[in-house]
Ligand binder design. Sequence first.
Ligand SMILES: Nc1ncnc2c1ncn2[C@@H]1O[C@H](COP(=O)(O)OP(=O)(O)OP(=O)(O)O)[C@@H](O)[C@H]1O
Length: 326
Amino acid sequence: MHDGSGRILVQGLSKDFGPVHAVRNLDFAVHPGTVTGFLGPNGSGKTTTLRMILGLVTPTAGTATINGVPFERLANPGTIVGAVLEAQSFHPGRTARNHLRSYAAAMNVPDAQADRVLELVGLASAAQRKAGTFSLGMRQRLSLATALLGDPQVLVLDEPVNGLDPEGIAWLRNFLKAFAANGRTVLVSSHLLREMEHTVDHVVIVSRGECVYNGHLDELRAAQRARVLVQAGDPNALVAALHQESLTVEHLPDGRLAVTGADAPRVADLALQAGVALYGMQEERVDLEQLFFQLTQGQYGGAQIQQPGQWGPPGGAGFGGPGGGY
Ligand SMILES: Nc1ncnc2c1ncn2[C@@H]1O[C@H](COP(=O)(O)OP(=O)(O)OP(=O)(O)O)[C@@H](O)[C@H]1O
């Protein structure tokens, strides 16, 4: 009997394919009311993990549960979990409505539900069109409609924005946020943090099958300390004034100073008090995509982004362990 919590729990989950360690000792939880992004480069183990959560791949070790039980022990799973995996295929000659009705019949869901989900995903006007004539974006929506047929509590989506145009991505973002705001659970994978940045609250980042970050996106942003870059008339005098306030200052090759621990107005006030003229000032924006590449650079091998000092050692707060784990 499941606990009805809507929670996905992954504990010590690993999968080997012969010599390939596709997923290594993953631990994370996905809670109702949130959209959790499962992020990592291609080949980092995202699909394998989702397939283990959905009972389609047997783990080498560890467990994945939904509502406290493995997927295969859920009675009538389609009413609890809706899933969209990659490469969904449809009978090209079948209309969208008939495709959904055939799934509805298999799930013991009333036919009327087919029209309801078509409406939900914005395909009502295409109900009578054959799936074979659909664009990639429309096929993605039809896949989502199929996953929604059982009015599930939990949605699991593998790379749903692949092939979507900006309008489709924006639509999906709003849909997923509204779904989660209803107290439901969303786990969505992507190899691009940028595409998910405004959709997800919580992120689990994997690289080479291992967890490299598990936490709130806001905390990830905050972990990268912002810097104020200033061009001063008398850099040495400004450094002395900033040091008096225990601020960290770095000399940049272009002659500017990089100040950590204060925002731009405070640096400007301190410069004014010290009688130092400022010729330029800029607050460095946190570039999440860069952060993502840093975290997963073990996998990219050659990713050339090095910003020593901006990160704590691997294994620090919020991080999954050495090397930095969808
Ligand atoms: N059935 C399989 N047999 C052998 N190796 C596999 C199998 N499925 C996945 N792998 C390997 O496991 C690793 C993880 O693959 P997986 O598809 O889970 O990653 P992914 O992060 O989803 O990547 P992508 O975004 O490219 O699909 C890869 O090295 C892949 O080649």
